[in-house]
Design a protein around this ligand. Structure first.
Ligand code: GLA
Length: 385
C-alpha cells in the first residue's frame, strides 16, 4: 500500500504545488474464464489489494505534465497533441486522455503523479490499473460524469488504440467495479454482473510468479482474437444470429469450422468449453465445493496449454508440479498467458512452504526466481484524498 501522505508529498516535490485529488485503482486476479471476455463470454475476476495510485491537479494552461515514480521519469505534452508516444508508460495515460476527448468532454491541462505496488508484467493487469486510475481520477477532477462501466470501457479502448492490444473488458471492469471479499461473475457481452462472495473455507489463493514476460504476448493475443472472429464469420454464413462465440455451440463448429481449418476449430472450441467451466466453477464456489472449483481450474489450464496454446514451459511446470501436492486443489495459468503468474487454491497456511519447496527446483530448471504472492479480494477504484 502507498500512503496518501506519501503520494501528496511526492506530487508536491515534483510539481511544486498541492494535488487536488488522490485516487487508486487495483490490479486483478481471475479465478477462471480466460480469453472468453473478447468472445462475449463469462469471467470470474476480482480486484486485489495491490493498486496503481495517482495524484492529480489542474493547471492553468493546456499542458499535461506526468511523472512516473517507477521510472523516475517525467513526460510533457499538450492537450491538443495527444498521440501515441515512444515513451511506453505514458501511452496508458495518453490513451485515456484521448478516449475522454473522443467522447467530447473538455479537459484543461493537468499534472499527474503516478506510483503503484502492482508487480509489473506479472499478469496482474498493472496496465489496466493505470488506465482505470487515470480515468477514474480525471473523471472526478473534471466532473466528467462517466459511470464506472464507462471508465472501464475508456480504459479498454485506450489499451486498443495506444498500447496495441485488442484486449477484452475483464481487467478494467474488475479494477473499477470489484467489491471487497467478492469476485465478479461478469457477462462480457451485456456487462451484467453479480458479486459472488469469495469464501474458500479452509483454502486460500496463492499466486506463483514465473518471472517470465514473453515479448510475443501481444501479437499472439491479437492472433487468438482473430482466429475466434474468423470462426464466428464461418458459422454465421449458415447461422446469421451467431454474433460471437458466446452464441455458438460445438455442433456448429463441427459443421462450419472443422472442415475449413483445424486450428481455428480448436481455438473456438476452447472458448465455448471455457465458458461452461466458468459456470460450473462459479456454482461450485457458491455452494462451497472448493475441490470442484479447483478441478475446473486444472481442466482450464490443460485446455489453455494444449488447445488455446497460450501457456509456456514455466507455467506448465508450475501447474504440473502442484498437481501432485495434496494441499493444492486447483491451479492454472492466469491472464493473457506466455508468462506471469499461476493462481493456486491451497489449503490455508501451506502456501509459503509449497513455494519454498518449488523455488529451488524451478531455479535449477529455468534459472529464474519463483515468487509467491498473497492477495486479497479488494474494492475497485476509489478516491483516497
Ligand atoms: C488479458 C486481457 C483480458 C483477457 C485476458 C485473458 O488480461 O487484457 O481482456 O482477455 O488477457 O483472459
Amino acid at each position: 500500500m502507498i500512503a496518501s501522505s506519501q503520494l501528496k508529498k511526492r506530487y508536491e516535490e515534483v510539481f511544486g504545488s498541492t494535488p487536488q485529488l488522490l485516487a487508486k485503482s487495483p490490479g486483478r486476479i481471475n479465478i477462471i474464464g480466460e480469453h472468453t471476455d473478447y468472445n462475449g463470454g463469462f469471467v470470474l475476476p476480482t480486484a486485489i489489494d495491490r493498486a496503481i495510485y495517482v495524484a492529480v491537479g489542474k493547471r492553468n494552461d493546456e499542458q499535461i505534465h506526468l511523472y512516473a515514480e517507477d521510472f523516475q521519469q517525467d513526460f510533457e505534452t499538450n492537450l491538443n497533441q495527444i498521440k501515441p508516444s515512444e515513451v511506453n508508460w505514458a501511452n496508458y495515460i495518453l490513451g485515456v486522455v484521448h478516449q475522454i476527448q473522443e467522447r467530447g468532454k473538455a479537459l484543461s491541462g493537468f499534472n499527474l503523479y503516478i506510483d503503484g505496488d502492482v508487480p509489473l508484467g506479472a499478469g496482474l493487469s498493472s496496465s489496466a490499473a493505470v488506465e482505470c486510475a487515470v480515468g477514474f481520477a480525471l473523471n472526478e477532477l473534471f466532473g466528467l460524469s462517466f459511470d464506472r462501466k464507462e471508465i472501464a470501457q475508456i480504459g479498454q479502448l485506450a489499451e486498443h488504440t495506444f498500447a496495441g492490444v485488442k484486449c477484452g473488458i475483464m481487467d478494467q471492469f474488475a479494477s473499477v467495479l470489484s467489491k471487497k471479499g467478492h469476485v465478479i461473475k461478469l457477462d462480457c457481452r451485456s456487462l451484467d454482473y453479480e458479486h459472488v462472495p469469495l469464501e474458500l473455507g479452509d483454502y486460500e489463493i496463492v499466486l506463483l510468479n514465473t518471472n517470465v514476460k514473453h515479448s510475443l504476448a501481444s501479437s499472439a493475443y491479437n492472433n487468438r482474437r482473430e482466429l475466434c472472429e474468423q470462426g464466428v464469420r464461418w458459422i454465421s454464413e449458415k447461422y446469421p444470429k451467431v454474433q460471437s462465440l458466446r452464441d455458438a455451440a460445438v455442433a456448429m463448429l463441427d459443421e462450419m469450422v472443422k472442415p475449413k481449418d483445424a486450428d481455428t476449430y480448436t481455438k473456438c472450441k476452447y472458448v465455448i468449453e471455457e465458458n461452461e467451466r466458468v459456470h460450473r466453477a462459479c456454482e461450485a464456489l457458491k455452494r462451497g465445493d472448493i475441490p470442484e472449483l479447483g478441478k475446473q481450474m486444472f481442466l482450464a489450464h490443460q485446455a489453455l496449454s494444449k488447445e488455446y496454446e497460450v501457456s509456456c514451459e514455466e507455467l506448465d511446470f508450475l501447474v504440473d508440479y502442484v498437481r501432485q501436492i495434496l494441499e493444492v486443489v486447483g491451479a492454472r495459468m492466469m491472464g493473457g498467458g506466455f508468462g506471469g503468474c499461476t493462481i493456486n487454491i491451497v489449503k490455508k497456511g501451506y502456501g509459503k512452504a509449497i513455494a519454498d519447496q518449488i523455488a529451488p527446483i524451478y531455479k535449477d530448471r529455468f534459472n529464474l526466481d519463483l515468487e509467491a504472492i498473497f492477495v486479497k479480494a479488494d474494492e475497485g477504484s476509489s478516491v483516497i484524498g
